[in-house]
Design a protein. Structure first.
Length: 131
């Protein structure tokens, strides 16, 4: 938080603090900083992605999706933002909405394909029509 005090207009400082608080199991503080940073830096893909990631970890998928959607708006070709949005939507039971974001993430970054295939396998096990 010292780095935020010194440079309050540098979004990366907020992301690193959010990650540190999460790692220290201070989730309430991490959520407060994530919300504050997301509001302060709405056009920062990194901040929005970090907020979405935090809420994915606590399994609050609708809130995670909202932040990942903001990250995608900030940087439409971001692999991590599209993948995060796909994951959040998938976990929230919105598989059809998730699929285009997984595809976009895989096109942007081949390393996301393996995780996408795992999700597709889960859909196949459920006999889902998208699989």
């Amino acid at each position: 938080s010292e780095s935020i005090r010194i440079s309050p207009n540098f979004p990366d400082h907020y992301v690193f603090l959010i990650q540190a608080l999460h790692d220290q199991k201070e989730l309430a503080r991490a959520e407060r900083y994530a919300t504050s940073a997301a509001n302060k830096f709405p056009s920062s893909e990194f901040v929005q992605w970090a907020a979405g990631s935090l809420y994915m970890h606590v399994k609050n998928y609708p809130v995670a999706a909202r932040y990942f959607e903001a990250a995608v708006r900030a940087k439409p070709d971001s692999s991590r933002a599209n993948f995060g949005l796909g994951q959040a939507l998938y976990e929230a039971g919105q598989e059809e909405k998730a699929l285009p974001h997984f595809v976009k993430a895989c096109k942007a970054d081949a390393s996301t394909q393996e995780t996408f295939y795992v999700a597709a396998g889960k859909l196949k096990q459920k006999s889902h029509p998208l699989a």
